[in-house]
Design a protein around this ligand. Sequence first.
Ligand SMILES: [Zn+2]
Length: 349
Amino acid sequence: MWQIIGQTRAVSLLQRSLEIGSLAHAYLFVGPAHVGKMTLALNLAQALNCETAEPPCGECASCQKITSAKHADVQIIGLSHDGDSAEARPRVEISIDQIRQVQHSVSLPPFEGRYKVFIIDGAELLSIEAANCLLKTLEEPVGKVVFILLTTNERLLPATVISRCQRVELLPVSVTEIESALSRSWGIEAQKAKLLARLSHGCLGWAVSIALDDGLLQQRAERLDELLDVTHGSCEERFAYAAQLAAQFSQNRELVQGRLDLWLEWWRDLLLVKVGLTEAVANINCLDDLIDITTGCSLYQIRSFIDSIRAARGQLKLNANPRLVLEVLMLSIPQVERRGEGVPAAQVR
Ligand SMILES: [Zn+2]
């Protein structure tokens, strides 16, 4: 049984290659974060090394070892799979040393399985030297060795590496599939499964990680509260918030980018409510609040502010002055009257 949910096309392609013995020696799995690339890669590694007649069974000793990352012939290479705990500074790219170790391992026969499988997680993070080193290995395929490169952004990979791989695209999973998987396989209660399926944007892995950690959902709710306070806040409050975010940006860029992604999602929901597509809203638990805000602003204002958020994200990526970018963004927020004075934001989640 292939464990991956909702990637029928990718699974069919791999299954057929296995059946007719036309495996590529290198694959490039492309898709958004948490969509299931690693799950599919491990499933393929299981299928290649499964001991039963219906691979991947998920239950034989080989499949189980791969699930628990204990199979000697299945290696995962990436920033968080380095295993070099003595490293003083966290790595920002996959190094040539990591790929040289792979090259050495490729030259040895499989230790306990039929195939050696090398999964490169975050292949877009290969350094130039590492990518060139990998290219040499990909250009000289060795029997019983399969490479699986995982990436969220194939444009950051050298074309020479891409051309040596068979591309497999993983598309976002449908809301209904995620909702039913959360209820069926993880026992998540219906209301929460429905909300997480909407918020996940088709990435089941994200929904599962949030479902299993109430702290993350709470943190998200607090950030939404913050967003509501700023939306209804005075000019001084907005500027203070911009200063706070700008200070955070110098410590943790991703955190601020994540905050802007949340804003974008929220204002996209406002746009959907404004045009009457309420059923497509992601933040379904905040519907009353969304409706409340949309009555106070025009479609033009909502669209303009979405453009402003996108512009701010782009400018921050291009290393513009964060304080300036965020202050301009705060000035672009449409003036929205808070209806029903005295209602704390925490109650409108
Ligand atoms: Zn098996």
